[in-house]
Design a protein around this ligand. Structure first.
Ligand SMILES: NC(=O)c1ccc[n+]([C@@H]2O[C@H](COP(=O)([O-])OP(=O)(O)OC[C@H]3O[C@@H](n4cnc5c(N)ncnc54)[C@H](O)[C@@H]3O)[C@@H](O)[C@H]2O)c1
Length: 312
């Protein structure tokens, strides 16, 4: 019977008009709901529709505070521009101290984001062999802790599978998946750095759910992120922490601006909301999951894609 609501809500999402959305929260009797209701009943979830989110008992201490991230230290990778920049700004608005991470080549833009958000900048290629070590050392020395890690940095190197070369394959897997695995492993292996009620949010993609022509490498990496989130949820729960994936659909950024015009226009229109999303739409979903109060949401994938028809 409960499963029937899945079909009902997903269909309702396709029927409602004028920018309305429909989502289903499946709630355990002892779960804390406030942060999820605030997100889904506000304009912050404007580009989230047709989603089913399970809210279980809290995995650890949940301390509702106002603003919801005050006192928390949040790492955002790929923070120099696009979705990462919007995530840094949104988490800062909600009270977090930001550790903005990006490649040295993006140093100027990164410094601007760190200054605007009153945090620290760390120039780091997250695929470097000592990247986790350097990140953890920065956190220990400059902040003494970490409460939120947003694995946002990502790249595309598109080619049809028949023409895919090892360099494109390896580069995409290294940035989008292996770096996240390495940093998460290092966090779990450190006994003291993770604050109580830590939150890990991994940026996946609709391509990792639906697949996409010319993106076998990218889709493999992003599907791998979802697998990682499911596999690591019980390990992080042992530390009172959650880990979730946010899977954006078509979002207007420098990454999607590189697409051919027709593909870009099709990407925008093939959703219930019939438009692309904005970086802030992804950032608001991250902001909801990053709260201590969202302790009952873990091991899940939330699409921020206007209920894209692909892979739904
Ligand atoms: N834009 C979209 O429509 C869309 C859709 C689905 C998923 N995503 C995902 O969202 C995330 C952000 O995408 P975006 O559109 O803002 O991309 P973007 O290219 O605008 O920004 C990505 C940032 O990551 C940084 N980065 C890349 N490699 C790095 C490395 N090795 N070490 C440190 N930083 C590195 C870049 O310098 C850049 O600042 C990515 O993971 C992307 O795959 C985007």
């Amino acid at each position: 019977m409960a499963q029937a609501f899945d079909g009902l809500i997903r269909s309702a999402g396709k029927e409602v008009r004028a920018g309305a959305t429909a989502n289903l929260l499946v709630v355990a009797s002892d779960s804390a709901l406030a942060s999820s209701l605030r997100f889904f009943l506000s304009a912050r979830s404007a580009f989230v529709s047709g989603q089913v989110v399970r809210i279980g008992p809290p995995v650890g201490p949940s301390e509702p505070v106002d603003p919801p991230l005050s006192g928390r230290v949040a790492v955002v990778t790929g923070a120099a521009r696009g979705i990462g920049e919007a995530i840094a700004e949104t988490l800062h608005r909600d009270g977090a101290t930001i550790v903005a991470v990006d490649v040295p080549a993006a140093g100027d833009a990164l410094a601007r984001v760190a200054n605007r958000t009153g945090g620290t900048a760390l120039q780091l290629d997250i695929t470097a062999p000592d990247a986790s070590e350097r990140l953890l050392a920065h956190l220990r020395e400059r902040h003494g802790r970490v409460d939120v890690v947003v694995h946002n940095a990502g790249i595309t190197r598109d080619k049809l599978l028949a023409n895919m070369d090892a360099d494109r394959w390896n580069a995409v897997l290294a940035v989008n998946l292996r770096s996240q695995l390495a940093i998460n492993g290092a966090l779990l292996g450190d006994a003291t750095l993770l604050g109580t009620s830590a939150r890990i949010v991994c940026i996946s993609s609709m391509s990792g759910i639906a697949g996409n022509r010319g993106q076998t490498n990218y889709a493999a990496s992003k599907a791998g992120v979802i697998g990682m989130v499911r596999a690591l949820a019980p390990r992080f729960a042992e530390r009172g922490a959650t880990i979730n994936a946010v899977a954006p659909g078509f979002i207007e950024t420098a990454m999607t601006a590189k697409m051919p015009l027709a593909t870009r226009e099709a990407g925008r229109r093939v959703s219930s909301l019939r438009q692309g999303g904005l970086p802030v739409d992804v950032a608001e979903a991250v902001g909801w999951l990053a709260q201590s109060a969202s302790a009952g949401v873990t091991g899940q994938v939330v699409r921020v894609d206007g209920q894209n028809m692909l892979g739904a």
